[in-house]
Design a protein around this ligand. Structure first.
Ligand SMILES: [Zn+2]
Ligand SMILES: [Zn+2]
Length: 281
């Protein structure tokens, strides 16, 4: 299994010279299994570049499976600009949960209403399917996908993808319920993520910033590190960077996080997710 970060930012795209290293596109991560199944985690603005890459590398039609954590705009806003969806013969399936009164399909169609965008969802030439989870585990090609409900002001899912003898957990947009992990939510998450090689986790704020933004649905590095250590994770990618944070600030998060891990004498490899970075699992 191989993963690539196409968008690492939270809330809103942040292009510019001060975000070149960690990237300005909103959430999108590509997973490729060894049998070449394409799984896409979220459809933030990063999915536009992924679409261009798919078009330049694929010879025949393209089939992809798009797991949506939740339908806040930064996790779906790139899809109207995903060119493979405009091409007949391609096929994409969305997976997720309904959010409040809107179905997954309704939320995706909403942002492509004619008031906001010239092409409606049902006018796309590719075949588009929607699957809302009705059981705990589903199979996509050779991958096994499970989910866990996160603490966020929306119905938001973390995903675990097990394939090729390894696993990745994608847990963005998530706020602590119990900072010391001593509660049902955190203990359940630790069981869910247990033994995964890579955890991609929300760390939008510093701990100090978090004190002023409780209830906004996001985490800080020390919390993500403690979760990763408790779940026996090998590598932790801090993700969903705050649009207010430039490369220097995010680099300081990374340095702080590595020092925090060193003090706790663990072998966890922690880093801040960089747009364009690839990881072989
Ligand atoms: Zn978000
Ligand atoms: Zn959100």
């Amino acid at each position: 299994m191989r993963i690539k970060f196409w968008g690492t930012r939270g809330s809103i795209p942040t292009p510019g010279l001060s975000t070149l290293r960690y990237g300005g596109n909103t959430s999108c991560v590509e997973i490729r299994t060894s049998d070449n199944t394409l799984i896409i985690l979220d459809a933030g603005s990063g999915i536009r570049e992924l679409g261009r890459s798919l078009l330049s590398s694929s010879k025949g039609s393209i089939e992809g499976h798009i797991l949506i954590s939740h339908t806040h705009w930064d996790h779906i806003q790139g899809f109207p600009f995903f060119i493979p969806a405009f091409i007949p013969g391609n096929q994409f399936t969305f997976y997720g949960f309904r959010n409040f009164e809107k179905s997954l399909e309704g939320a995706l169609a909403g942002q492509m209403d004619h008031v906001y965008f010239p092409v409606r969802l049902d006018q796309l030439a590719a075949e588009i399917h929607f699957k809302e989870f009705d059981k705990d585990i589903l199979t996509i090609g050779s991958a096994r996908v499970s989910y866990y409900l996160m603490n966020h002001p929306a119905v938001c899912l973390a995903y675990r993808v097990d394939c090729d003898g390894t696993s990745v957990v994608y847990a963005t947009d998530s706020e602590p319920v119990a900072d010391d992990l001593d509660g049902e939510h955190e203990q359940g998450f630790i069981m869910f993520a247990k033994g995964a090689y890579l955890l991609i986790h929300d760390a939008m704020y510093s701990h100090d910033e978090y004190q002023k933004k409780r209830g906004w649905g996001h985490s800080y590095p020390e919390y993500a590190i403690r979760l990763a250590q408790a779940a026996g994770i090998n590598r932790l990618a801090l993700f969903h960077h705050d649009p207010e944070h430039d490369d220097n600030t995010i680099r300081s998060f990374e340095e702080f996080s590595r020092a925090y891990v060193r003090i706790s004498e663990s072998s966890l490899d922690v880093f801040c997710a960089e747009e364009g970075a690839e990881i072989a699992l």
